[in-house]
Design a protein around this ligand. Structure first.
Ligand code: GDP
Ligand code: IMO
Ligand code: MG
Length: 416
């Protein structure tokens, strides 16, 4: 069984919670992150409190599951050591049978972090400033540092070159010797996890292991299919899996995660955004603040036109709808159903962010419900208007909504 779990909006759909649920409920052997890095923040509940995973796959929290950090990731070794220590404090020991890191994954260095801050001064994307864009940039330029480079004698010269380029392009002055020492120190701590993960995964799949591929970010942040240039520098969509792991997908299932409303952090178009008091109310109700950066998330209504696009891009076989509980007590709930430009209905998602900024959205209105739903475990027990809302979204998206998440705890979920 190969399952790909994808965010269908702009990230923070609740992937962490749902992957934790799926891993426990369906008993996957292996969980693989295939792109992104510490820009992600995947929240999982553990012993009654939040645990936010940034680079480690969500599988690390379940005994007997192997977690793999694929070649498509960009990894900050300092953050990784921090995450490992934090898990240690919570009683998890990560030996090499539980965590494997690709020898081909790229490493985020201080030169990338500084460059991310510098780039943001000239073109504002509102990045997480974790060095993601610059690390993928040096990967494409073929000047990046990979995990396997730590075992070779030319690591120092690669760092020298990156530091030299930072100085030339941006006047950023860094000490290559200090970077070399610090990175080498962190590398020693995680060295035992590093392996050829592509080979390992291909062998595991041949021997019948079930694998869940965990995306970070979401479809609308994909650098090709999202709201470019207000995107991240990787491919969170299903196409990123094969490139980011070295595994050919066969007979796989794609599970799309969508929030019952929409959020976005950072700059860029957001057609169904609610500016002002209504958006602020939804932000407070949903506690919509970045899991890592704590930045307030922009909030708006569910956008069926946008999610339908994400379903098509990824070939989603089913959808898990999250945070429906947050919509309780809304008198009216609106859903974006289509985009109009100069009075003409659009058939597909516009390529240009400035065009997307100009579209007007057609909405459908739904009546709300007042009964709390977090304790509900059967779909038939939902208030009628909540059932109508979910049924209507399913019809608009033309994909089965298999589960509805009604709270942050792993077990607060309804199977349909
Ligand atoms: P991810 O990046 O997609 O893993 O999502 P985040 O962890 O950044 O943000 C989702 C937030 O919503 C986290 O605080 C979760 O604990 C919380 N959450 C997830 N599902 C639900 C749900 O169904 N209801 C409520 N109330 N909170 C949820
Ligand atoms: P998870 O995995 C929400 C956004 C940033 C910014 C843009 C580019 O938790 O869903 P980057 O640092 O990647 O160059 O920033 O992408 N962004 C996210 N938004 N959730 C995330 O991850 C995000 N990762 C990046 O806010 O707009
Ligand atoms: Mg998140």
């Amino acid at each position: 069984m190969q399952t790909v779990v994808i965010g269908l909006q702009w990230g923070d759909e609740g992937k962490g919670k749902i992957i934790d649920y799926l891993v426990k409920a369906a008993g996957y052997h292996t969980v693989v992150r295939y792109q992104g890095g510490p820009n992600a923040g995947h929240t999982v509940r553990y012993n009654g409190s939040d645990l936010v995973l940034r680079q480690l796959p969500t599988g690390v929290l379940t005994c007997g599951v192997k977690s793999v950090m694929g070649n498509g990731m960009v990894i900050d070794l300092g953050v990784l050591v921090e995450e490992k220590n934090e898990l240690g404090v919570r009683g998890f020991t990560l030996d090499a049978s539980r965590l494997v890191i690709s020898d081909r994954a790229h490493v985020i260095l201080p030169s990338h972090l500084e460059m991310d801050v510098w780039e943001e001064k000239s073109r504002t994307v509102g990045t997480t400033k974790k060095g993601i864009g610059p690390a993928y940039m040096t990967k494409a330029q073929r000047t990046g540092v990979r995990m396997c480079d730590f075992a070779s004698s030319d690591l120092r010269s690669k760092i020298d070159l990156l530091v030299e380029r930072n100085k030339f392009f941006a006047g950023i002055d860094l000490d290559p010797a200090e970077i070399f020492d610090k990175q080498s120190h962190w590398y020693e701590i995680v060295k035992s996890y590093i392996a050829d993960t592509g080979h390992l995964l291909r062998q595991e799949i041949k021997s019948g292991s079930s694998v869940l591929f965990e995306s970070a970010q979401g479809t609308m942040l994909d650098n090709d299919h999202g709201t470019y240039p207000y995107t991240t520098s990787s491919s969170p969509t299903v196409g990123g899996v094969m490139i980011g792991t070295g595994v050919p997908l066969r007979h796989h299932k794609v599970v799309g995660i969508a929030k019952a409303y929409t959020t976005r952090v950072g700059e860029g178009p957001f057609p169904t955004e609610m500016k002002g008091a209504d958006g602020a109310l939804l932000r407070d109700l949903g506690q919509e603040f970045g899991s890592v950066t704590r930045r307030p998330r922009r909030c708006g209504w569910f956008d069926a036109f946008q999610v339908r696009y994400a379903v098509d891009v990824n070939g989603a076989d089913e959808i898990i709808l999250t945070k429906l509980d947050i919509l309780s007590n809304q008198q009216k709930i609106w859903v974006g159903t289509g985009y109009m430009l100069n009075g003409v209905a659009l058939e597909s998602m516009p390529a240009s962010a400035s065009v997307l900024d100009q579209v007007s959205v057609s909405y459908k209105k739904f009546d709300g419900w007042t009964t709390p739903i977090s304790r509900v475990r059967k779909f038939k027990d939902f208030p009628d208007n909540a059932k109508k809302y979910v049924d209507a979204l399913e019809r608009m998206l033309d994909v089965h909504i298999s589960h509805v998440s009604v709270g942050k705890e792993t077990e607060e979920i309804v199977t349909r």
